[in-house]
Design a protein around this ligand. Structure first.
Ligand SMILES: NC(=O)C1=CN([C@@H]2O[C@H](COP(=O)(O)OP(=O)(O)OC[C@H]3O[C@@H](n4cnc5c(N)ncnc54)[C@H](O)[C@@H]3O)[C@@H](O)[C@H]2O)[C@@H](O)CC1
Ligand SMILES: Nc1ncnc2c1ncn2[C@@H]1O[C@H](COP(=O)(O)OP(=O)(O)O)[C@@H](O)[C@H]1O
Ligand SMILES: [K+]
Length: 500
């Protein structure tokens, strides 16, 4: 699914109006109805609703929402924030219609603000995606009052004051909603960690905007939906054998961190690999053979570190279908030398995670050795070490895109809405996963999973987008069983499920 910028959304509204065709006011009615359907499925008619409206089209939505809720017998009060003499045409139209049902209150100074109680639900329709400057004066006062109140807050389309696709200044005032109900397509701002407070939980409602316009609109930003991920998933051929699904090699673990390797190995096996060999330091041999009997194990001649040689024979490095390296390996110089050897002798894409990324950061010339289309899976701190410190989330996104394009690799920047940056400059934000996954080892699971997809011959771009989605989906499934608090990385492995 595409993520469009504000200018494109404006053009999209226009294209819908022109080609459907539909009157602008009808489109506003459709958006408001979609919001109301969402609202009524969650809040009953005894909920005291207070709708705060600005004077643009977001305010127009608010007025129409109030009317539709009143017609459904909800208890609704409307507060129009009169911060300017001008109002949009569609606002004025809905204002006239609403006044046939109730008289709105007008907020012109602080004394006009109502007391907001805990059981009130505030609908925030003050400013939408059309803002062109920070909230100030009366609007700022109203936003601050709402934020201080104990009431629940639901923002229409986007929190008032939040910019949809560019950074806000640190002292900008925005609504801090519990929920954002956004129209048709996600906005970039909803996906960025720095905006967490200005977004809350967000939901998308369909208002049927012009699909042909969306299909043609250029954008580097995408949001992976379940339907899109499912299209990437391959069936297993009836007459297949284990050779059909590749032989993967995982280079994992160091003394005290063999568990990271166990998690990666289990995830790899649960993600369809044909054969798996795991190389661990000598101390990991018994652990691996016991915990993961399906995997073959090559113990390193060094008992505590990965250094390369093993007294167990196996295919030469170049013969593996895919290699995943990093979980638990540490940053010893011997391991750095081995990583250099791997990157020099293996020409297919590799999955690089954790300490392997830190070794790249400490030895920047190794970055140039990465096989084309390799998948790097840094969390933000690892990505900062690879590149530099950023000013804000937008700056970070640019660094991410620039790095993936310059190095011709896929970078999976992990976190809520993991961003998968592709060598062609696109960024695909993930839609699955939950804060229960913020626990040690879940990243190691992703490394094993991605290595399995590469071994099976998935294109690295597709492997990254699909793998990140499936990993988050497993996390969501595990959270259903355990709750987010009790979730562990092993639960994520056990919840991996590849038929959806
Ligand atoms: N066809 C349409 O026009 C549709 C519009 N929709 C709604 O329209 C919204 C966008 O509406 P608008 O473009 O009218 O803009 P907004 O309602 O977001 O903003 C209000 C207007 O106030 C002015 N303004 C900008 N920054 C301000 C600030 N900091 N303080 C005070 N005033 C400021 C601008 O003139 C702006 O157009 C969307 O977020 C969505 O809610 C939906 O109804 C879907 C259809
Ligand atoms: N709040 C969150 N929402 C969604 N996914 C998350 C969240 N926190 C962490 N994750 C996911 O969990 C994984 C954590 O990986 P990482 O930070 O490498 O942990 P570790 O190194 O301990 O395994 C990533 O895939 C990340 O996207
Ligand atoms: K709003």
């Amino acid at each position: 699914m595409k993520i469009l910028n504000v200018e494109q959304i404006r053009q999209l509204d226009q294209a819908t109006i022109t080609y459907e065709p539909i009157a602008p006011i009808q489109l506003m009615e459709r958006a408001s109805q979609a919001f109301v359907d969402w609202f009524m499925s969650r809040y009953d008619a005894f909920t005291p609703v207070k709708v705060f409206c600005g004077l643009g089209n977001n305010g127009g939505d608010g007025l129409a929402i109030a009317r539709l809720l009143l017609q459904a017998n909800y208890i609704v009060e409307v507060f129009v924030v009169r911060y300017a003499p001008r109002e949009s045409d569609d606002f004025a139209h809905n204002h006239r219609r609403l006044k046939l049902l109730i008289n709105p209150h007008y907020v012109e100074n602080p004394g006009d603000m109502p007391t907001l109680r805990q059981r009130d639900v505030v609908i925030d329709a003050i400013l939408g995606s059309g803002i062109s400057r920070p909230a100030e004066g009366l609007v700022k006062m109203v936003i601050e009052r709402i934020n201080r109140a104990p009431a629940q807050v639901i923002s229409v389309d986007i929190a008032s004051g939040l910019q949809a696709n560019q950074p806000n200044q640190s002292d900008d005032v925005t609504i801090w909603p519990d929920h954002t109900v956004t129209f048709d397509l996600p906005k970039l701002a909803l996906l960025l960690p720095g905006n967490a407070r200005s977004v809350g939980e967000w939901h998308m409602v369909d208002i049927g905007l012009n699909q042909r316009f969306i299909d043609q609109a250029p954008t580097p930003y995408y949001y992976t939906t379940e339907a899109e991920a499912r299209l990437l998933l391959r069936r297993r051929e009836r007459f297949s054998n284990k050779g059909s699904f590749g032989h993967a090699l995982l280079l994992v673990g160091s003394y005290g961190k063999i568990g990271a390797g166990v998690l990666a190995a289990k995830a790899c096996l649960r993600s369809g690999v044909g054969l798996l060999t795991v190389q661990t330091p000598g101390c990991g041999y018994v652990v691996m053979q016991t915990a993961v009997p399906e995997a073959m194990c090559r113990p390193d001649v060094d008992d505590r570190l990965l250094t390369g040689p093993s007294d167990v024979d196996g295919p030469s490095l170049a013969d593996y279908a895919a290699i995943g390296v990093g979980p638990g390996i540490g940053k010893a110089p011997e391991t750095a030398r081995f990583l250099r050897e791997v990157l020099t002798n293996f020409s297919k894409p590799v999955v690089v995670d954790a300490d392997a990324l830190n070794l790249l950061s400490a030895n920047k010339d190794l970055i140039g050795l990465l096989p084309e289309n390799s998948i790097l899976t840094p969390h933000p701190k690892e990505f900062e070490r690879l590149t530099q410190r950023w000013q804000n989330d937008y700056d970070k996104l640019e660094l991410l895109r620039e790095f993936a394009q310059r190095q011709q690799v896929v970078v999976v920047l992990k976190g809520a809405h993991t961003a998968v940056a592709l060598p062609n400059g696109e960024v695909h934000f993930n839609s699955t996963g939950n804060p229960g996954m913020s626990t040690g080892g879940t990243g190691d699971v992703l490394t094993g999973l991605l290595t399995a997809l590469l071994a099976q011959g998935y294109d690295p771009v597709e492997a990254a987008v699909l793998g990140v989605f499936a990993h988050g989906m497993a996390g969501d499934k595990a959270a259903q069983v355990r709750g987010q608090i009790g979730l562990t990385a092993s639960d994520v492995v056990e919840s991996l499920h590849w038929a959806w």
